[in-house]
Design a protein around this ligand. Structure first.
Ligand SMILES: [Zn+2]
Ligand SMILES: [Zn+2]
Length: 718
């Protein structure tokens, strides 16, 4: 066998032996694209070039998988490149940081182990024309020493020395089935090396274990009740719209009999497989929502839903069915024929290059499981996660991330700076301040969680609060926080400034009733712009008014937001605010509630604040509604992405719209050029004269606000 000119010039062997100097600020020259040509040439050269044959096999197999991987169709003209510029920016950042810290040796091995082959769906024009429409799919290539390490060998014998020696090396997934020994090795390593960091993480300490949990006894194949001290495993999966066996009031007795839980009796495939895995880990009890919550007992169901943080947090680990579309998808690798891992190998002397198992941009990018609203809290509330993905298994715990195709396991504690953690993290989103449920920096974490959550899909819109309740409960317990319709009371003024790309939910259709001021009542991604711009520890919002939550019994309760009230703050602020702000008192005709225990929130909030009517000009290009004063001067803008209010459109620019002041923008945070600015809410009056509805929020110039015809009124927002 020989090697073609292009492959010889690409010199893959030299890439694997690349040296990185400690302290290097940039990528070495060899870390660059190597153009390998169109697929038709590579195929033709496969006749004689061992390297082309290897490359062709990798891309062919990956693209044959496009039904499950959402890859494009491989064409003769599809261009192939080989490069070391990893697309996972986290890794690039990690590389730069580690290189400057002098741990270049480790970086070197890691970088090399993530060499990539890319296929680019470009028009074949004989050159590498860069197009906006280009699609590229990276295929991971990993480096390893000979003999080629395998998953079976790793499970069979692994001393600490062996493990460290092989670390960051590619690994051959040599079994059609996930070796049960692997579960044990990973769990054992996590328990011994990570200890309490994974057993009792800070975010879990204050959450109590569930009492009297109903679970599947995988030995007896029946439902049993366990006490607070019993160890159990949970399952996170996509239920889908299938008719699967559920626990109902009238089948509890039947399903509690030995041998009742079988495939013949209608137990979903994913549950049957999870029972096998539970037993293989050496555990006896498995919790699955469909079979462990009585589905037609509303009270029992809602009680359990309010305790999801306990159910998942209390589990030894969570089995995640990451590639399932519904409950009848098997866990890959549990039964024969359920996965077909395949890797292509090419050797150069003492080294080999081995292709990755998961030939996807990111195995999670296309995962239904990872896009579902419910699974976010199931994932975040799990101490350990055993994730069954297409053709390979992943481990994710509080300290580390492991997979089958790369040797990442180590006997030392994760040092907090390992870039691969970001790369393998299950969520595409990066949480900046550590575990999002851990105590501290609560509002930043809250906004990140809401963004992650609202990016996901819910089968039933009515679940918008239920599927997030476990997360809110954990945040509340860990930060001594109260939530009012999912808005944290400690930062209420700030939380009210959420912006949406979507539109208001049809609450009648969904049989829900969330107030318009809560993001729960809106569809689509929810963001807080101010949060993105601020510096840590600084609050972009200064409190100007006092909100009350109105109770169902006619009483009112003050919302004690912790944002600083600058009664004697900035001199300039003080001078300006005295011109529009009056004194306020508690809501008229309401008694103030003394005890919060008996208070039931009605969903309506009330406050005295400054109102004015303005004209709006919708600018669809920028997604803003420009606020004009009487003489047509621009005095501010409102977030206006997708016509949040159907009635307000370009034809009605002459209409007057009601704005009310919410808070002050902390201009110290937004640069010295900024003028004093107020946060405002656009509201709509209801025909019945009831509480006003929130339409959107924005900002207005304070000096211009003072010049408007204003009124100081009490308003209720529902
Ligand atoms: Zn070749
Ligand atoms: Zn661990």
């Amino acid at each position: 066998m020989s090697i073609c000119e292009i492959c010889a010039a690409a010199n893959l062997k030299s890439i694997v032996l690349q040296k990185v100097e400690a302290g290097a600020k940039d990528y070495p020259a060899a870390f660059q694209y190597r153009k390998l040509g169109p697929v038709r040439d590579i195929r033709a050269k496969s006749e004689f070039c061992v390297c082309c044959r290897w490359i062709h096999s990798i891309i062919l197999r990956a693209h044959a998988r496009r039904k499950t991987a959402a890859l494009y169709n491989l064409q003769d003209g599809t261009l192939v490149e080989c490069n070391l510029a990893n697309p996972w920016s986290e890794t690039m950042i990690g590389y730069r940081r580690l290189a400057s810290e002098g741990s270049a040796a480790e970086v070197l091995r890691e970088r090399v182990s993530w060499l990539e082959l890319e296929t680019l769906a470009l028009e074949d024009r004989g050159d590498y024309h860069f197009s906006n429409n280009q699609l590229y799919v990276p295929h991971a290539i990993q480096w390893c020493e000979l003999p080629i390490p395998t998953v079976s060998a790793f499970c069979a014998a692994q001393t600490a020395e062996e493990m460290e020696h092989r670390r960051f090396s590619g690994r051959y997934v040599d079994s059609e089935l996930c070796p049960p020994a692997l579960f044990g090795v990973w769990l054992d390593l996590c328990r011994r090396v990570h200890g309490d960091l994974c057993e009792k993480p800070t975010w879990l300490v204050k959450l109590s274990r569930p009492k009297n949990l109903k679970v599947i006894d995988v030995q007896r194949r029946a439902l049993v009740d366990i006490d607070q001290d019993s160890s159990y495993v949970t399952l996170s999966y996509v239920w889908g719209k299938l008719e699967v066996l559920q626990l109902l009031k009238n089948n509890i007795d039947k399903l509690s009999q030995d041998g009742a839980l079988t495939q013949e009796n209608g137990v979903a495939a994913v549950v049957m497989d999870a029972m096998e895995v539970t037993a293989a880990i050496g555990e006896r009890y498995l919790w699955v929502d469909a079979l462990c919550i009585v589905q037609d007992d509303y009270e029992n169901k809602m009680n359990r839903i309010r305790q999801m943080e306990r159910v998942y947090g209390g589990a030894l680990l969570t089995i995640a069915a990451a590639c399932g579309r519904d409950a009848n998808t098997q866990l890959p690798g549990v039964r024969s024929g359920s996965r077909e891992p395949h890797q292509e190998i090419i050797t150069f002397g003492d080294y080999a290059l081995i292709s990755g198992v998961v030939n996807l941009k990111s195995s999670l990018e296309f995962s239904t499981w990872n896009k579902r609203g419910w699974t976010l809290q199931e994932k975040l509330l799990s101490r350990r996660c055993l994730r069954f993905d297409i053709d390979q298994l992943f481990w994710e715990c509080q300290c580390d991330s492991w997979c089958e195709e790369t040797a990442l396991e180590t006997h030392s504690i994760f040092d907090g700076s390992r870039p691969l953690r970001g790369l393998l993290a299950e969520s595409g989103r990066q949480y900046q301040a550590g575990h999002p449920l851990a105590p501290g920096d609560a509002f930043t974490k809250y906004t990140e969680l809401v963004q992650d959550y609202t990016y996901r899909e819910l089968t039933f819109e009515a679940d918008i609060l239920n599927a997030f309740t476990g997360i809110l409960r954990a945040l509340a317990i860990n930060n001594d926080e109260e939530f009012l319709f999912a808005l944290p009371e400690s930062h209420f003024d700030w939380a009210l400034l959420w912006e949406s790309q979507g539109r208001q939910r049809d609450q009648k259709k969904n049989k829900t009733s969330f107030p318009s001021w809560s993001w729960l009542s809106w569809q689509g991604l929810i963001i807080w712009w101010a949060e993105l711009m601020r510096k840590p520890t600084e609050c972009p919002v200064i409190r100007e008014i006092t909100w009350y939550s109105l109770g169902t019994d006619g009483s009112a309760r003050m919302i004690t937001s912790r944002e600083e009230i600058h009664e004697h703050g900035h001199d300039k602020n003080e001078l300006l605010r005295s011109q529009w702000r009056n004194s306020s008192s508690s809501p008229p005709n309401r008694t103030l509630s003394a005890s919060s225990a008996e208070f039931i929130d009605s969903g309506i909030i009330g406050a005295y604040t400054s109102h004015a009517h303005v004209r709006l000009k919708i600018d669809h290009d920028t997604g803003k509604a420009i606020i004009h004063n009487d003489v047509g001067l621009e005095i501010g803008s409102l977030s206006w992405s997708h016509k949040p209010w159907e009635a307000a459109n370009d034809d009605r620019n002459d209409d007057l719209h009601e704005l009310m002041v919410l808070s002050r923008r902390n201009i110290d945070l937004f640069g010295g050029e900024d003028r004093p600015t107020l946060n405002v809410m656009l509201v709509a009056r209801q025909e019945d004269g009831g509480a006003v509805q929130r339409i959107t929020v924005g900002t207005v110039d304070e000096e211009e606000w003072i010049k408007l015809e204003r009124s100081w009124n009490y308003v209720e927002v529902g």
